[in-house]
Design a protein around this ligand. Sequence first.
Ligand SMILES: Cc1cc2nc3c(=O)[nH]c(=O)nc-3n(C[C@H](O)[C@H](O)[C@H](O)COP(=O)(O)OP(=O)(O)OC[C@H]3O[C@@H](n4cnc5c(N)ncnc54)[C@H](O)[C@@H]3O)c2cc1C
Length: 455
Amino acid sequence: MNHDIIIIGAGPGGIFAAYELIKLNPGLKVAVFEAGHELSKRKCPIDGDKIKTCIGCKTCSIMSGFGGAGAFSDGKYNITNDFGGTLYEYIGKKPALDLMRYVDEINLKYGGEGTRLYSTAGSRFKTECIRNDLHLLDASVRHLGTDINYIVLENIYAYLKDKVEFYFDTPVVTVSRENGTYNVITKDKTYSCDKCIISVGRSGSKWMESVCRDLDVKTNSNRVDIGVRVELPAAVFAHLTDELYESKIVYRTEKYGDKVRTFCMNPKGSVVNENTNGIITVNGHSYEDPAKQTDNTNFALLVAKHFSEPFKDSNGYGESIARLSNMLGGGVIVQRFGDLIRGRRSTPSRIQEAFITPTLNATPGDLSLVLPKRILDGIIEMIYALDKVAPGTANEDTLLYGVEVKFYNMEVEVDENLESVHKGLYIIGDGSGITHSLSHASASGVHVARKIVEK
Ligand SMILES: Cc1cc2nc3c(=O)[nH]c(=O)nc-3n(C[C@H](O)[C@H](O)[C@H](O)COP(=O)(O)OP(=O)(O)OC[C@H]3O[C@@H](n4cnc5c(N)ncnc54)[C@H](O)[C@@H]3O)c2cc1C
């Protein structure tokens, strides 16, 4: 079972690597191994009716399968080096931006045409933010929306499926090295290849760590971001979201000097559950189709935590906090900002009486029993700071869902080609700890494909 190149993981990193390899050299024998299902078979059983919460499927259709974690995402492709990963540290700032623009062109070609590209360039909000000690990060963002993002994936799959061998529902057990070639070992068979691209994303983080251990590839501990998802009437942020769609705003707290940032803004969107290794956290998305939009906007407020000695397990820390919310709420907890400030829990009746209808069926409770004081204080300070540029953010009825955790993979040691110490073994996308976004992960796939073909 010999291939020129085997790609492990069919998320944006793996897909764009396959796309570029085949485009540059159609003669290459490329195979993609994916633990999850093909796109059309990816269905989360939660229907809000018979099945209301996560039942722990063998492979999570939200996180795994063709399209990876991004398949049902909001499809926000941010073209920036300011956030979304540190790819530019490896390949340079301009090449990184050029690759993200190239990915954007492909997305447009495969169904994204007509979607809007928003930009912070020349925005008057930059000045307004800075006057209030808030910092708006620079970016262009292509918003595909969950619906168009899916269509783009369908079209790219239709293009690739006869040119690349796809093995779905085939988790790779491990990778070994033998005389300069790689063995990709699955439950039933072993496949060999000259070059192996690993792109296993967040869901493959533990697997990635074990492969790095086995192959003696160095890793460095990374950070974890912890916070809440805020949901409020869309009108509160409309002046920002109409112009910028997503605004990434950073605030340094007065109390501790911690940085709190907005993340993943979804105008007229919905709050959703996310299952990471069996732990239920919260996320959000929105649709391009007006028929599927809601009256609310949601975004995360996150505080980054780094650990050094003696504790290094940032993800373990984040997991423990998320587990605590799952223990108290049976899943995600929701609380009105007014209740949090008064030091009382939210109850079903308090949520029902609010002037906002939650888009996620979460358990009313008390987030102060879950989040560490320092993190909660930072979030509260940020809400008051945002209230100055978006009055209404600190309203009584603003909903806070918790917890939202952004786990980061250990950063894997690779060179400027994203190649590990072992020649021919490339580690890309979120699985490498270098990227944390659709655009950066996709760009890393194109980069590696070009380097391989160049060689
Ligand atoms: C709900 C949600 C919304 C999001 N919204 C956005 C957004 O709007 N904008 C943005 O920039 N980012 C967003 N993100 C993050 C974005 O989806 C990821 O950054 C991106 O998908 C990373 O791409 P990747 O290819 O590195 O990894 P992934 O997309 O995670 O893909 C990795 C794939 O590898 C497979 N895999 C793992 N282990 C194995 C194994 N052992 N064998 C075989 N296959 C394996 C997995 O099943 C998965 O399909 C969102 C994430 C989620 C969950």
